[in-house]
Design a protein around this ligand. Structure first.
Ligand SMILES: C[S@@+](CC[C@H](N)C(=O)[O-])C[C@H]1O[C@@H](n2cnc3c(N)ncnc32)[C@H](O)[C@@H]1O
Length: 285
């Protein structure tokens, strides 16, 4: 890649994992550092509490929902790009048999953590590889499913990523991703508004592709250009909203004002409907 990738939130999580004698005592690690580094899916958002236990269960439920949308089944070859600390791969391993699982990440430190979490069972196989999601180090046509949970906004090019995924999928294979997607009416001016918070966002979340946020029609166009068809468009914004108060509480507890301001901004645009959290599935045609 042409630019160095800075992801301070992951540096902070990995630093805490390396130095916390008791990770269960660290609110940051309990929120984002045990298995999943993503938002939660609260089945009943009106009744959600703001506990760390509730967030952990909701994060697991988000992975479960995406795996269901992707149509994951026993015996498949599955690639997860941007696989973080390995939580979704671990869930796949726990729920299915005969899987060949590949996890890919640009950051070797996260893969080292994922290796600790993953002890493949039930005849499943797991391989982890350091690489850029826009340059996949795999042969053509070998995966039934490619997963990208809450990471595409860090990639240098959504188009480059889609081309690579199409190349490595079997015919009829599926790409399932989750992303923060603005409605068309908000897309034009959301970029400049994001810029007002760019300093806070980059101080915690690092580099984001927020100059080209993809709308649903943008994703449809990407799909047409690269040999896919959008088959599932699951708006789960409402179910993810209870994530924000939990994260805000944690960022205030660890005294990280930039993280709190950046997250509060995303919370406000999400509550206002200016960014929607979507699970999207694309079928290779
Ligand atoms: C928000 S975390 C999500 C992690 C994981 N998918 C999860 O849900 O727990 C974003 C992930 O994308 C990875 N990532 C960012 N840019 C990448 C790239 N160009 N290629 C591969 N992975 C990348 C980061 O290292 C990080 O693991």
């Amino acid at each position: 890649m042409g630019r160095p990738l800075r992801l301070p939130y992951l540096d902070q999580i990995l630093g805490a994992l390396a130095h916390s004698p008791d990770p269960s005592a660290s609110p940051l690690l309990r929120a984002l550092g045990t298995r999943h580094v993503h938002w939660g899916y609260y089945r009943d958002p009106e009744r959600a509490d703001d506990s760390l236990e509730g967030l952990a269960a909701a994060q697991e439920a988000l992975s479960e929902r995406l795996l269901r949308l992707a149509g994951v089944g026993n015996g498949q070859h599955i690639l997860e790009v941007g696989c973080g600390l390995g939580g979704t791969l671990a869930l796949l391993d726990e729920r299915h048999t005969g899987l060949t699982l590949h996890g890919l990440n640009i950051d070797p430190r996260q893969l080292a953590e994922a290796r600790r979490l993953l002890t493949p069972r039930q005849g499943n196989r797991v391989r982890l590889m350091v690489a850029d999601a826009c340059k996949l180090p795999y042969r053509d046509g070998i995966f039934h499913v490619v997963l990208a949970v809450e990471c595409i906004f860090h990639f240098a090019s959504r188009l480059g990523f889609f081309r690579e995924v199409r190349r490595v999928l079997t015919p009829g294979g599926r790409l399932c991703l989750s992303d923060f997607v603005p409605p068309a009416f908000a897309a034009l001016w959301l970029g400049p508004w994001f810029l007002c918070y760019a300093r806070d966002i980059s101080r915690f979340y690092g580099w984001m592709n927020y100059f080209s946020p993809a709308t649903v029609s943008g994703y449809r166009m990407l799909a047409r250009l690269t040999g896919f068809r959008l088959t599932v468009n699951d708006d789960i914004t409402r179910n993810t909203l209870p994530t924000y108060p939990v994260l805000l509480r944690v960022f205030r507890a660890i005294d990280h004002p930039a993280a709190a301001r950046a997250t509060d901004f995303v919370a406000r645009v999400s509550r206002a409907g200016l960014v929607r959290y979507r699970g999207l599935v694309f079928e290779a045609v």
